[in-house]
Write a protein that binds this ligand. Structure first.
Ligand code: DQQ
Length: 540
């Protein structure tokens, strides 16, 4: 079993102990970042859900406060589930969240809470006004699948918010509710959007700046700046978050994805372990920040033995890619303040079948940035048309240990000295698919050799990288944190978070390598690895 304290993360968000899941109502107020999250005060499995609360000056060093929202009224007596924050025009933050109001079935209603003392920058106390619940499921709505209100946005005298649900057997749906006074909410008959994906949990909906511009927009921004919107849903059935980019017609209260097949293509924030995510607008640095939850991949018996389960991914800045077709994501710049000792490798050619260790620093808790260069794409493998559209299956069939043409090349992280244990984060190139002219770039995380412990969930995670690799260059960044490997391909086009639990490659015994499992030379143009310090983490 896994009770090695060296597997506990160092700089990813975690409380001192117990179970955590969804990030809730992230917000910035009077110089402090707030994060609330789903939390079981009584143990390391899901249950007894309250809103735990932490505050930070920099989104990296965290101080735990007492839970902000706990069951206390009829409409949240059996659980305070996920929700979001909205800033009212006078600067008051409000929280809207789902309450479970029946013991026998998970009957869901929506509640609101206000800060008791607006002059407290830490927003320690929250009041639930007597007009709760503010939204209840009426006829035609599945009351047991009706939850996770979004941040509300305002235009033309009306507030609007979304609630995730399902209609019929399997249509994910985002209902729109409108209000003038934030108290009485009425449903707009037609939902904002829906698709045949199963239940939509934790919807998120926000405007983005013009393609390629990194600046974020407040959720209520309208007019010319808010030409494009992002709609994200968390798929209960598949346990991942997907999004589309599209346009929002405020009058009709409808959202239309730009890509008509967007709801089938399933662009994901992250192709690994990342769920129930939520963004917020940070007015201090004018950016939109994404929080997402990563659960454990060990057994729940292990979680009980460890006394903790679940982390939040490193907050990511999100913005629209220059192509306008997808988002880019990058770890918030503040994480770089944790960088300590570093080692740089330059212009190092890795021959076919070779691996090179990056020595001179500890890498159990590290940040690695690397740029690879392949001299020729001529030897790239051809793509099996059966697998061409399915990154996950493609990588499952051609994992890190399967020799390729150009690639697999990348990093072995959290590796033991004998490399028996290693987690591979890598790229593999394929000749252009039929009809295409660009080589197909696959990014994978292969944890199948990550641990000698046999009782782990070790799925291979993969996504395609929509990048022009004609100059032969591609970059990779990995945030390594003891039992987390969080990777960003091609400047944040494709991201993969994976949980691994080495038995040998822990603490000082964790090593870092660059490997090349293809038939063509690969050059490391530049690699820098930094040891990462431990921030203040909720008193742990
Ligand atoms: N988790 C919450 C729900 C949400 C789900 C309950 C997503 O509100 O739909 O803990 O992980």
């Amino acid at each position: 079993s896994i009770i090695d304290p060296l597997l506990r993360t160092g700089y990813h968000f975690q409380p001192r102990k117990n179970w955590i899941n969804d990030p809730n109502a992230p917000l910035y107020y009077k110089g402090w970042y707030h994060l609330f999250y789903q939390y079981n005060p009584k143990g390391a499995v899901w249950g007894n859900i309250v809103w735990a609360h932490s505050v930070s000056r920099d989104l990296i060093n965290w101080m735990a406060l007492k839970p902000a929202i706990e069951p206390s009224i009829a409409s949240d007596k059996y659980g305070c589930w996920s929700g979001s924050a909205t800033m009212l025009p006078d600067g008051t933050p409000t929280i809207m969240y789902t309450g479970v109001n029946r013991p026998d079935v998970n009957y869901q209603v929506q509640n609101v809470a206000y800060p008791r003392n607006k002059s407290d920058p830490l927003l320690r106390e929250w009041d639930k006004p007597s007009h709760n619940p503010i939204i209840v499921p009426k006829a035609g709505i599945n009351a047991t699948q009706f939850r996770d209100p979004t941040t509300a946005w305002r235009a033309g005298g009306h507030w609007r918010l979304l609630i995730g649900s399902v209609t019929g057997p399997a249509h994910g749906v985002a209902y729109v509710y409108r209000s003038r006074d934030f108290k009485r909410w009425t449903r707009v008959e037609r939902p904002l959007h829906s698709a045949a994906t199963g239940m939509w949990e934790c919807p998120d909906f926000y405007p983005v700046e013009a393609a390629g511009r990194r600046e974020g927009l407040d959720t209520s921004v309208s007019g010319r700046r808010a030409r494009k919107y992002v709609l994200k849903n968390s798929l209960d059935l598949r346990r991942y978050d997907y999004y589309t980019v599209g346009t929002y017609d405020r009058r009709a209260e409808r959202y239309v994805p730009d890509d008509p097949a967007g709801d089938e293509r399933h662009l994901r924030y992250d192709y690994g372990n990342f769920y129930a995510s939520k963004t917020f607008y940070d007015p201090a640095k004018r950016r939109r920040i994404l929080w997402g939850w990563a659960n454990e991949s060990d057994t729940s018996a292990d979680d009980v033995a460890k006394g903790w389960a679940g982390i939040q991914a490193i907050p990511r800045t999100v913005w629209l890619d220059p192509s306008g077709k997808q988002l880019l994501q990058w770890p918030i710049e503040e994480v770089e303040a944790l960088r300590g000792k570093s080692v740089t490798v330059k212009d190092r050619v890795i021959k076919p079948g070779q691996h090179v260790e990056v020595t001179g620093l500890q890498t159990a808790q590290a940040d690695v940035e690397v740029t690879f260069e392949v001299s020729s794409l001529a030897g790239a493998e051809s793509l099996d048309p059966e697998l061409a559209g399915d990154a996950q299956r493609l990588c499952g069939a051609r994992g890190a240990a399967v020799e390729g043409g150009v690639g697999p090349f990348g990093l072995w992280v959290l590796a033991s000295a004998d490399r028996q244990e290693r987690t591979a984060v890598f790229f593999r190139l394929f000749r252009p698919a039929r009809g295409g002219d660009k080589p197909v770039v696959l990014m994978c995380t292969d944890p199948t050799k990550s641990s000698l412990n046999p009782n782990l969930y070790q799925p291979t995670f993969a996504g395609f990288v929509d990048t022009d690799i004609s100059d032969g260059k591609i970059s990779l960044r990995s945030l390594i944190d003891r039992s987390v490997v969080e990777s960003f391909g091609a400047g944040g086009k494709t991201c993969i978070l994976s949980r691994v639990y080495p038995s040998l490659a822990t603490g000082k015994n964790a090593r870092l390598y660059v490997f090349n499992g293809g038939k063509a030379d690969v050059k490391v143009s530049r690699l820098t690895a930094w040891e990462m310090k431990k921030p203040l983490m909720n008193g742990a």
